[in-house]
Design a protein around this ligand. Structure first.
Ligand code: HEC
Length: 150
């Protein structure tokens, strides 16, 4: 009896330890990873969910809601600085399709904050210093959008 019980209990122990190892090595649930999305999808995610570009670059209706049919097509800003700033831009330009921007200049703009002439944008536009891959993804996404009639 003893001689058959010992190998059986050793086998159970071995199975248990293999199962425990598999459970320990399986990926833990956590926030969804975004850095392996295809380029355009990642650009859309950065524009819409991270940098919230549409808050300024999408026009609003009379109730102050974003006008989805004119997504990122520019319009008057809905806020002003508390202290007057003569440099403040009153409108956000149309960036759907990035009219007037070639791809290389646009990527540099999001990497360095400067346009093709070396000029920084006026506030409240941010001077972005993004990693190259993020700048490329944003430009790839914006280039897929239909440009407005503005
Ligand atoms: C807080 C408001 C605000 C946010 C947020 C914002 N922008 Fe802007 N953006 C502006 C304004 C205002 C200008 C115009 C600046 C000027 O006239 O110098 C501008 C200018 C630009 C320009 C230059 C367009 C041109 O033709 O001159 C681009 C491109 C641009 N923004 C893209 C983006 C993107 C992409 C994001 C998000 C990653 C973003 N902006 C977020 C307000 C904003």
């Amino acid at each position: 009896m003893r001689t058959t019980l010992l190998p059986a209990s050793l086998l159970v122990l071995a199975i248990f330890s293999v199962a425990a190892t598999i459970v320990a090595q399986s990926p833990k649930p956590g926030p969804a990873r975004q850095d392996n999305l295809p380029k355009v999808a990642r650009g859309k995610y950065l524009v819409e969910e991270v940098a919230m570009c549409s808050e300024c670059h999408t026009p609003r209706n009379e109730r102050g809601e974003l006008n989805r049919s004119r997504w990122l097509q520019g319009g008057p800003l809905y806020f002003r600085p508390v202290r007057p700033n003569p440099d403040w831009a009153l409108e956000a330009p149309n960036i759907a399709g990035l009219p007037g921007w070639n791809e290389a200049a646009a990527i540099r703009f999001f990497e360095t904050g400067r346009d093709w002439a070396g000029k920084l944008p006026r506030p409240p536009m941010h001077q972005y210093r993004l990693p190259r891959a993020d700048a490329e993804a944003i430009v790839a996404y914006l280039k897929t959008l239909r440009s407005g009639s503005r």
